[in-house]
Design a binder for this molecule. Structure first.
Ligand SMILES: NC(=O)c1ccc[n+]([C@@H]2O[C@H](COP(=O)([O-])OP(=O)(O)OC[C@H]3O[C@@H](n4cnc5c(N)ncnc54)[C@H](O)[C@@H]3O)[C@@H](O)[C@H]2O)c1
Length: 319
């Protein structure tokens, strides 16, 4: 018997959709609003839903008895109440290994773009300020200190790539041993602030949790080198945005590369937008063509497998 699966428009890549259509009964919700999801899940007795950023909370779970599987297209699960899902007997799947290479490459792109002030220099060429180039501070990344906060899949992939540039690698991650870090050529930092003081580049790759929320705030910015750059590829709220704005205004750091913001999409008059030492991308670190295809395929296969009673590797709330 085929299972009923809900996709939320705009949905995952065609390769995953095709696989789900071949192996289940697929229904489409026009948007991810709570009332829409409750309506579609109940109307079609949906067993599994594919999510990206849609909020799946207790209210939805209480209202939808047929729901048994939530498949998150990506690694971050902060839009899903995983604990509550466990209480409801709902299996939550994610795709931890679909886009880490893309996010790591994006991080390296930020490091290089910041070190050469790409945004500022691009603007000066376009605004007939070619000869102001002597004033543009650029530097090599060779032998510079890179602090990786969160040495998981993405952090490790960043380390491998930064090593090729001859950067000195440090990482802050309480869950990875000194020995494991040393094997990858990374110096273990036990106290975040100690790493922050030494770093020329700080890149954030931790999940958003109670512990990591605001982990880089005013106190940490004050310790940074004034020539240091911070990159956030994790979740916006890991940086206290008000403190970041103050640090940039006061010249406590040189600049930032931000793929994520506290509120997404941000308001159009966001104070960071007036700062030309900050580079933004709209939360697309993991959104390359290759990563989306890979994630779509891995998720659709594992969702069918788990609905058929198999034990899949990416079932995050397995008891
Ligand atoms: N920008 C994007 O497009 C994008 C794409 C994918 C993932 N992400 C974000 O990147 C995060 C990391 O992804 P990943 O695949 O590397 O996950 P991962 O689980 O493999 O690694 C996360 C690492 O963070 C460490 N960590 C957790 N709490 C910590 C703390 N308080 N202090 C220090 N270290 C801590 C863990 O020990 C782990 O090693 C995700 O949770 C997600 O929020 C962003």
């Amino acid at each position: 018997m085929k299972h009923n699966v809900l996709l939320i428009l705009p949905t995952i890549q065609p390769n995953g959709v095709e696989y789900l259509e071949e192996n289940s009964n697929v229904f489409y919700a026009p948007d991810g609003k709570k009332e829409t999801l409750i309506h579609y899940i109940n109307e079609h007795q949906i067993e599994a839903v594919v999510t990206r950023s849609e909020i799946i909370d207790k209210e939805i779970m209480d209202a939808c008895d047929s729901l048994k599987v939530i498949g998150q297209h990506g690694v971050g699960l902060d839009n899903i109440d995983v604990n509550e899902a466990g209480k409801h007997g709902i299996k939550v799947l994610n795709v931890p290994d679909g886009n880490y290479i893309s996010v790591a490459e994006h991080t390296i792109a930020f490091i290089l773009a910041l070190s050469r002030s790409f945004r500022i220099n691009d603007c000066s060429v376009r605004s007939d300020a070619w000869f102001s180039r002597e004033n543009r501070y650029t530097m090599e990344v060779y032998k510079k200190n890179l602090l990786i906060v969160g040495l998981g899949r993405i952090g490790r992939a960043v380390a491998e790539r930064a090593k090729a540039f001859g950067m000195h690698l440090m990482a802050y991650d309480g869950f990875v041993s000194k020995e494991a870090m040393e094997q990858s050529g990374v110096e273990k930092i036990n106290v975040l602030e100690e790493g922050i003081k030494k770093a020329d580049f700080i890149t954030l790759h931790v999940p958003l949790t109670e512990e990591t929320k605001g982990m880089v705030s005013g106190e940490q910015f004050k310790l940074m080198k004034s020539s240091a750059y911070i990159i956030n590829m994790g979740r916006g709220a890991v940086i206290d945005e008000k403190a970041l704005i103050e640090a940039l205004q006061n010249g406590e750091i040189a600049g930032a590369g931000l793929d994520v913001l506290e509120t997404e999409p941000p308001r159009t008059d966001h104070p960071l937008f007036s700062m030309d030492q900050v580079i933004f991308t709209p939360h697309i670190g993991g959104d390359t063509r290759e990563a989306k295809m890979r994630t779509s395929s891995l998720l659709s296969h594992s969702m069918i497998e788990v609905m058929e009673g198999q034990n899949v590797y990416n079932w995050v709330n397995r008891k």
